[in-house]
Design a protein around this ligand. Structure first.
Ligand code: PLP
Length: 374
């Protein structure tokens, strides 16, 4: 019987034969003694760390299992993971992308890949008719986040995958906000899933990393592997090791983040100074039914819109004591951020705060929000 994700996450590295250490050693050696000379080498033989490294191999295998894929590649950041996939396409190819997304990926497409001949159409992925209309014979890739960062919009992974596949396109889902605990896009019809390890998977605000998992080890997966190994945007052994340590508790952390966030969302939704709470598993979310169907847990990320506009929102950030004013999400500490101020090419409302609910006690978080909103 296949083991469950919680079990696989704990047993995510093989025990080192020479030391019998339960915690795997960090292999910093960049080069490895050849097993044979003059013969062809196996694809995963340890030769040079840019090609493969024991810590990276363990992380890739753990992520492959966690996302139910056939191949995984660990990369220096979530952004580099997306960049590598775009680089694997060819000039003249067309991408259909969600119009709400992590702004850095939009910048990659517009500033770097458009002049290079890779064209992107941006659509609202909750509008399936708009998606159908955007598909072209040259459309190679359909990309989206669900939920999106920072508007917390959902996309129906199954329905979008069906449409994309009818047009011969590959579906890439950025699963960073939902996490593999919340949903597994490859089981819902997606072909490629990307996670920024920097957020929930490493989970402790101390690793930058990304991973790409492919449902099939097909031509595109092979091309991406070669780009990673020949190009060298690999994740370092230390960061692989830290990620493997963090992910042992991933399932339990994400459930706790989600429970805490649900409580905070309920408090904020009733608060007279809050115009709107955007949280997938709160009944006020416009796609609540889809969120319940598609996501096992609601994750720890939400956005709120504060009554009174931009300055009122900034005042809330400045009044908080337990929440840190900082970017990023998915770690132990609760963070809050006025998103419009840091985004390039932003469409985000100026009264919106993105809130990452950490692992503090929810009553303490609610008490802090209560005093900050007074
Ligand atoms: C943070 C984030 C990224 C980028 O990941 P980095 O590891 O910071 O490069 C990509 N997609 C989403 C949805 C993110 O939240």
């Amino acid at each position: 019987m296949p083991q469950r994700p919680e079990t696989n996450a704990v047993h995510n590295s093989i025990i080192d034969r020479s030391s019998r250490a339960i915690v795997p050693p960090i292999v910093l050696s960049t080069t490895f003694q050849y097993e044979t000379t003059g013969l062809e080498h196996e694809p995963d033989e340890l030769i040079y760390t840019r090609y493969q490294n024991p810590n990276r191999a363990a992380l890739e295998e753990a992520m492959r299992k966690l996302e139910y894929g056939a191949a995984a590649h660990a990369i220096s950041s979530g952004s580099a993971a997306m960049l590598t996939i775009f680089q694997a396409l060819r000039p003249g190819d067309h991408i259909v992308s969600s119009d709400d997304m992590y702004f850095g990926i939009r910048v990659q497409l517009k500033e770097f890949f458009a002049p290079w001949g890779l064209e992107t159409s941006f659509v609202d992925m909750s509008d399936l008719a708009a998606l159908r209309a955007a598909m072209r014979p040259k459309t190679r890739l359909v990309i989206f986040e669900s939920p999106t960062n920072p508007m917390i919009r959902l996309a129906d992974i199954k329905a979008i995958s069906e449409i994309a596949h009818q047009h011969g396109a590959t579906v890439l889902v950025d699963n960073t906000v939902a996490t593999p605990v919340g949903q597994n896009p490859l089981q819902l019809g997606g072909d490629i899933v990307v996670n920024s390890l920097t957020k929930y998977i490493a989970g402790h605000h101390d690793v930058l990393g990304g991973v790409i998992v492919f449902r099939e080890n097909d031509e595109l997966a092979q091309r991406v592997m070669r780009l990673v190994r020949i190009g060298g945007s690999v994740l370092s052994p230390m960061n692989c090791w830290l990620t493997l340590r963090g992910m042992q508790s991933l399932s339990y952390r994400v459930r706790a983040h989600s429970e805490n966030a649900s409580e905070v969302a309920c408090f904020l939704a009733e608060h007279p100074k809050i115009e709107r709470v955007l949280y997938p598993h709160h009944p006020s979310h416009p796609q609540y039914d889809l969120a319940r169907r598609q996501m096992r847990v609601g994750s720890g990320l939400m956005s709120i819109q504060v009554r009174g506009g931009r300055q009122a929102a900034i005042d809330v950030v400045n009044n908080l004591r337990l929440f840190t004013s900082a970017t990023s999400f998915g770690g132990t500490h609760s963070l809050i951020e006025h998103r419009e101020s840091i985004e390039e090419d932003s469409n985000t409302p100026s009264n919106l705060l993105r809130v990452s609910i950490g692992l503090e006690h929810p009553a303490d978080l609610i008490a802090d929000l209560d005093q900050a909103l007074r």
